[in-house]
Write a protein that binds this ligand. Structure first.
Ligand code: E4P
Length: 216
């Protein structure tokens, strides 16, 4: 499974990259706003330089032609940029046009297998089902991931399933068990994944025993 980090915070991206397990980054307008800046060439290129892998940059246009224009501009910023489009009728149309030009697209705000089927047919590189937001409204986000994976396998679609809107470490485990190709993980959740009380307890005992014999 590929690990992307779901943030536009450079410090978090640098820390995750330093862990040696980071494959990519996803941003969105809300995450950019949290950092106090809109999508801009300098920031995105800096992020691309740190991660050296796919970096999703979301368009804010809502009409197909404007989406295509904005997407082409972002794709020109760095070879690692993946254009992120909403899963709307306009977004699917723009996805098809960009994919035909060889530009990688991540279709975001996907909440159903039908939407995932449409974006696969339009040539999306990634589809991002939002697990947490489905769970929030008492729907089963992981079932949607599983169903999309089954449909993609049935027809050998190459679109990668990117589990998004992850809220806790079990979302990552369940997405991995389902066979999702990628998880985009908030930094806080990534840090939680390292933790196990038995690791801490075991390490403390090993170090204590080592100290006993070291001192003679
Ligand atoms: C994915 O690319 C989105 O940026 C993200 O996962 C949305 O997560 P949220 O529901 O926590 O905002």
């Amino acid at each position: 499974m590929k690990f992307f980090i779901d943030t536009a915070n450079l410090q978090e991206i640098r820390e995750a990259a330093a862990m040696g397990i980071l494959d990519g980054v996803t941003t969105n307008p809300s995450l950019m706003a949290k950092e106090g800046k809109p999508n801009n060439k300098e920031t995105i290129r800096e992020i691309c330089g740190v991660v050296g892998g796919p970096v999703s940059v979301e368009v804010v246009a809502i009409e197909p032609d404007a989406m295509i224009k904005e997407g082409e501009e972002y794709a020109g910023w760095d070879k690692h940029v993946v254009v992120k489009l909403p899963t709307t009728k306009a977004g699917v149309k723009a996805c098809k046009a960009l994919a035909d030009k060889g530009i990688k697209v991540n279709m975001t705000l996907c909440f159903s297998p039908n939407q995932a089927l449409l974006v696969a047919k339009a040539g999306a590189t990634y589809v991002s089902p939002f697990i947490g937001r489905l769970d929030d409204i008492s729907e089963n986000g992981m079932d949607v991931i599983r169903n999309i994976l089954t449909i993609y396998r049935n027809y050998n679609y190459q679109t990668q399933v990117l589990a998004a809107s992850i809220r806790h470490p079990m979302h990552v485990v369940d997405a991995a068990l389902a066979g999702a190709h990628v998880s985009t993980i908030p930094f806080k959740v990534l840090e939680m994944m390292f933790n196990h009380p038995l690791t801490d307890k075991g390490l403390a005992a090993f170090l204590k025993d080592y100290e006993k014999v070291r001192k003679g």
